[in-house]
Design a protein around this ligand. Sequence first.
Ligand SMILES: NC(=O)c1ccc[n+]([C@@H]2O[C@H](COP(=O)([O-])OP(=O)(O)OC[C@H]3O[C@@H](n4cnc5c(N)ncnc54)[C@H](OP(=O)(O)O)[C@@H]3O)[C@@H](O)[C@H]2O)c1
Length: 289
Amino acid sequence: MKKTILVVGATGMLGTPVARQLHTDGYEVRVLARSPEKARAKLGDSFVYYKGDVEDPSSLESAVDGCFGVHINLRGGPKAEDFDRIEYGGTANIAKVSASKGVQRITYLSGAATFEENAWFPMVRAKLRSEKAIRESGIPYTIFCATHIMESLSLAVRGKRATVIGKQPHRLHWLAANDYAKMVSKAFQLPEAANKRLFLYGPEAFTMAEAINTYCSIVHPDVKVSSVPIWLLSLVGKVSFNPELQLVADLMHFFEKVGEGGDPSEASSLLGAPTTTLEQWCRQQRNIA
Ligand SMILES: NC(=O)c1ccc[n+]([C@@H]2O[C@H](COP(=O)([O-])OP(=O)(O)OC[C@H]3O[C@@H](n4cnc5c(N)ncnc54)[C@H](OP(=O)(O)O)[C@@H]3O)[C@@H](O)[C@H]2O)c1
């Protein structure tokens, strides 16, 4: 009989590839969504849809019931307090309901900069609290501390312009979402991946400016890449009362200060090292476009 896995946040940029990979690998995949109709329109008929909101634990019960595993892909924000409410509160609710329903594996997307010394940043604080709630649930877990995902490069492009925000000095091992999704699915298949906190890095390191320039030169050759200081973006966010813009400025401030942490060798030997290079991924995107 097929094992069933619930994906929370399957409509998200990093939840969709995981749901698809789990389906490809033979799992029955449930999708929890606030709007199952919108989720079905986006993801198609390969999944079983459940209506639910992670902020309401009672709405999670039927989706979790009978599952072997649960994968959590949540994003808080844009306001600082939303990280705790959505990402931490939601994860804690899922962990509690999962424990009561006998779920055997819970997986969660954290980040490669999720360390106590970075807890001054609300997103990191919420991720640390989420990880703790998962560990304390007693369910065997795999936590993925994934670095920057190649798919997020598209967010730098607006119309005919792409923007590098701030100096961004760190070299980052950009990871393709499909490689990440294969690692998540493999973790559900391996008992040895239980109770691990794994760092996931792609094969090559580039600064944000290098990655955006490569992405634009291959996928959007007509787009002009320029840079903007963080303080200017932050100011525009404040005077236009635009919390999303303010969040981007805060995130870029965080990324400028903090690079990757952790060692990816355990993840790579257990789950298979990611192989997609930035150039290969860009060529795939150009062919899709
Ligand atoms: N981008 C990167 O490079 C990177 C790297 C490492 C880690 N991460 C982490 O990856 C995580 C996910 O990112 P993403 O880009 O996939 O986010 P996203 O596209 O915004 O997706 C978030 C998902 O959460 C769901 N959701 C939000 N509130 C919910 C609620 N109350 N109840 C049920 N579902 C809810 C959304 O569903 P709806 O369809 O209902 O909106 C959506 O499916 C973030 O925590 C981020 O920090 C990102």
